[in-house]
Every structure is written in structure tokens, then in C-alpha cells.
Write a protein that binds this ligand. Sequence first.
Ligand SMILES: Cc1cc2nc3c(=O)[nH]c(=O)nc-3n(C[C@H](O)[C@H](O)[C@H](O)COP(=O)(O)OP(=O)(O)OC[C@H]3O[C@@H](n4cnc5c(N)ncnc54)[C@H](O)[C@@H]3O)c2cc1C
Length: 395
Amino acid sequence: MVRVLLVGGGHAMLPTIVRSAVWVRDGLASVRLFDAHPRLYYSGMVPELLGGVYQRRDVSIELDALCERAGIPFRAHAIAKVNVDEQAVVDASGASYPYDLLVLNVGGRNPALPAAATPTKPLHRLPDVNRRVRGVLHSPGDHLHLCIAGGGAAGVEIALNVSARFQAAGRHHDLSCTVVEAEDALLPGFPRGLQAHVKQRLVRRGVDVFTGVRVTTATESEVTLSDGRRLPSDGLLWATGVKGPEVLTSSDLPVDARGFVKVSRHLQVCGHPRILAAGDSALVDGDEDLGRIGVHAVKQGHDLVKNLERSIHSLHRSGAPPSPDTLRVFRPYPVAPLILSTGEPDGLWVERGIWWHGRPALRMKHWLDRRWIHAYNGAFPPRGVARVRADSALS
Ligand SMILES: Cc1cc2nc3c(=O)[nH]c(=O)nc-3n(C[C@H](O)[C@H](O)[C@H](O)COP(=O)(O)OP(=O)(O)OC[C@H]3O[C@@H](n4cnc5c(N)ncnc54)[C@H](O)[C@@H]3O)c2cc1C
């Protein structure tokens, strides 16, 4: 029996969890999932959780329940380190778990996070922000000073949704929302027309947009910007990109300067064919500039499960991991459309530098998102992951 350890139940790991049912049933492998959090939040839908469109159960997948249906144990432990020489992972209490094959899908972390800030990566703390928003909306006279550091897609989508929610409740005067972006424009890297459109929309809703400055320090009641300005803030959200988590940097694994683990195009960790990795924290050889977005993580998840299955069979056959030429090669989508919700009945669609907005964009986003999450929360796919198509997953 091949011992397979899955560390991190992220977006890329879900097909593997589902497929484990078959390996366990056929007596090929014992499989265990480690994740400190029993619930995975689906990033495509979380901004609309903050916008009041969805509830928590609509946007999350219960990992423990998914594991139970797959017939594998879920362990609510964070793994602190991979002990490569001993082929074992070690949890925070020092307990060691040996593996024959290891899969890492531990996601990213926001870099340079002040103690007073709430991270957007991982996503687990965002429901706390939703509770705070709801609390203010249910308390007449209460006011929220929300500051969002980072005006990329995540920060902007959250600002659009929260501001629209206050407006719809007739409470826009009770929200002071500021988006602070270090680059000269919101949505760096996106089409100029879209940048201007989004800024105009935010400003129309009373959101302050500061560009070309950074949040330098923060307390529970105030943030200070790099130009010396000080803003009242009782909720600072940190949406400034991602770096690799500590479990990768504190292990003897090949990582780059940002802490991402280096993998081949077959998603094998370089120099360690018994370890596979995928998602935001995996740096794919030849695709180092790939955006850290769920679209890629979800697509990698489908190659990951195939390559893990081939690795299990190879260990059974020859006692050794498979040669790379028998494994699937990860190829990112040449074009990955991104659909952002706005908090209003339209969505923003961006693809190959072209963008448009309208109701069909939001309808398409809702259809894709709900279909994807239902595949994991709804009926258990009877045959592996066949029903969950990567290319229709994240929008
Ligand atoms: C607000 C927001 C909105 C976004 N919207 C979109 C979108 O619309 N489209 C899109 O393509 N992308 C979007 N993204 C990006 C997307 O969230 C990420 O690309 C995606 O989550 C990456 O998934 P992953 O597979 O790397 O792992 P993740 O889904 O990040 O999960 C990692 C898992 O690993 C676990 N873990 C971490 N460390 C350990 C450890 N030491 N031991 C055990 N378990 C551990 C965590 O608890 C977590 O469950 C958004 C991001 C944000 C912040």
C-alpha cells in the first residue's frame, strides 16, 4: 500500500481528494489530508459573500465532509515542515508522518502583513470581515472605516461589493472605504479603460482611491500611508499579492526568493520526484511569470491528480517514481478570461486586453461559480473528477 499524504486542501487539491476514493477502494494507496482549516473558501465567490449576495455555506467546501465521502481521513493539523531526507512531514506538535508520495497545495500568503491587518490570502479570515459588515448594517448609527491595501483584482472586487452593499441598504454614509494602491493606477496590468471605469465607479459610490502610495504602518484604529497621511481605520484588509508559506521555506525544498516551491512542468518538485506541488505556491518551470490565480490552480489540479495516480501505479510496479516522460505536462490556458463582480447586476469581463461589462458577464460568472462549487458540495462525482471540468471552473 502506497502511503500518500496530501498537505493543504486548496483549490488545486480537490480533484485529488475526490479521486482518492478509487485508490482506497482498490487497495492501491492509503491517503490522508492535512489542513488546519476544515473549510475551503472558493475565491471566485468570496467577494460576493462580502457583498451580501452569498452566505458562507454557498461559497465554501467542507473538506472534512469531502474526505469522509472519499473514505479518507481528514486531519485538522497545519504541517510545519517537510523532512525530505526521512520522507516525512512534521506537524506543529512535532509529530511526524511518513509518506511514499507527498502532495503540497498550501496556497499563498500576503507579504509584509501588519499585525492589525486581516489577510485576504489565505481566505479564511474574510468571513470575519463579512460578520463585521453585517454587524454594522444591523446596528443603526454604527460606522465602518474600511481600508483596503492593494488595488488589484481582489482588493477592487471587495471594495465594489462592500460599497454596493452599503448603498443598497441605504447606509452609504456609514461606510468610509479607502483603496490604497502602490502603483499609479488601480488594477495594474489591466486595460486602461477598465482602470478608469472601475475608479469612476468606486468614486461614485464614495470610495476614496489613493494611488502611488502604500500603507506603511497600521494600528487597530488608524493606518499611515507612505506620504505621511493618516486615515481612521477599524478594518484593514491586506490584498497585496502572495508569497510562499513558511512550511515551504522552512523545509529543505527548492524555493525562489518569494518562497514558491520550484516544480517541473509535470508538477514534480525539482529534484524530488516523490513530491508533487500545485497552486499559488508552486513555481512551474518555464512559466515563472504565471499569475497567482485560481484559474491556473484549478487547471493544475487536473494534471496533479493524473500524475499522482501514475506515481502510485509506478511505485506499485517498480518501487520507484515514474519517469517524467510518462507524466502529463501542465500547460496554462493561453487566454484565461477573468470576470469580476461589481456588487451591481453586471459583471466586468476581461480577456486578452479587451474588456466589457454587462449583465450577461455576471450571469455567466454565477453559472460557472455555482456549477463548480456544486460539483464538490453536491452529489459526489461517481467516477473520479470526470464531471468537474477545469476549463469551466474559476471565472
Ligand atoms: C479576494 C480574492 C478573490 C479572488 N478571486 C479570484 C477569481 O475570481 N479568479 C481567480 O482565478 N483567482 C482568484 N483569486 C486567487 C485565488 O484565490 C488563488 O489563486 C487560489 O486560492 C489558489 O489556490 P491554491 O490551490 O494555491 O490553494 P488555496 O486555495 O489558497 O488553499 C491552500 C490551502 O492550504 C492550507 N494550508 C496552508 N498551509 C498549510 C500547512 N502548513 N499545512 C496544512 N495546510 C495548509 C490552507 O489552509 C488552505 O486550505 C482571488 C483571491 C482573492 C484573495
